[in-house]
Design a protein. Structure first.
Length: 224
């Protein structure tokens, strides 16, 4: 009777899966390998009587390296932009509730609206000119020639309030009865919302006006 010797089972080894590379790194690695294969094929099939200059190979390698670095830089900038955008919104959250001053439409809701008037240094008189959203002249008021803070009441000549809505305010500076300069009145309004749109930070005012952060001239805590 044949007796076969006992044979111990061969232990199985498990190879850990390779670490997963980032998408950008995987693409660059694949492209670099493809580039090297193409470069090798080019060298193998060059004309022996007219070989390519070695400097040309060096230039091709340098060009690919430059493109590789540019791709990595673009990825880094994308990450940084996302971080900066998040940081910017966190900082802008502190603007909510602040009183902003900007060249923007005047939203009249039945209560006086604070303005800042800019006039010419040569002005001897000045007027505040109010137009409605259709461009129709609504009111002319004499204001201090030196400009500064001014409150528009929104009342007509009889003391009745004008219709609520959006108006524009312009300051005309006069010297000897002639207009010498014209400036938009700067409107003061409370910020109620900050948001990112089309790569810009936009601020929404209590009256519904929307301006970019770059248009804000001044910020003030209304409780101060």
């Amino acid at each position: 009777m044949d007796v076969s010797p006992n044979t111990a089972p061969t232990p199985r080894t498990t190879t850990p899966p390779p670490a997963k590379a980032k998408d950008g790194e995987a693409v660059l690695s694949s492209d670099f390998e493809t580039f090297l294969k193409m470069l090798t094929t080019q060298m193998e099939n060059q004309d022996p009587l007219n070989p390519l200059d070695s400097a040309e190979f060096a230039t091709q390698l340098a060009t690919f390296s430059s493109v590789e670095q540019q791709v990595m830089t673009n990825d880094l900038l994308t990450d940084l932009n996302g971080q900066i955008g998040a940081l910017g919104m966190a900082q802008l959250s502190g603007w909510i509730g602040m009183e902003a001053t900007a060249d923007m439409p005047l939203a009249f809701e039945g209560t006086p609206v604070p303005l800042t008037l800019t006039t010419s240094a040569q002005a001897d008189t000045a007027q505040l000119v109010i137009h409605d959203r259709n461009g129709t002249l609504v009111q002319r008021l004499d204001v201090p020639a030196g400009g500064g803070r001014f409150t528009w009441t929104g009342l007509d000549a009889s003391g009745a309030p004008l219709p609520q809505g959006e108006y524009s305010a312009t300051v005309e500076s006069y010297a000897r009865g002639e207009v010498i300069e014209s400036h938009p009145a700067q409107v003061h309004a409370t910020i109620v919302e900050a948001r990112q749109m089309d790569g810009q930070t936009q601020l929404v005012m209590q009256g519904g006006q929307t301006v970019t952060a770059q248009q804000i001239i001044a910020l003030r805590d209304p409780s101060g």
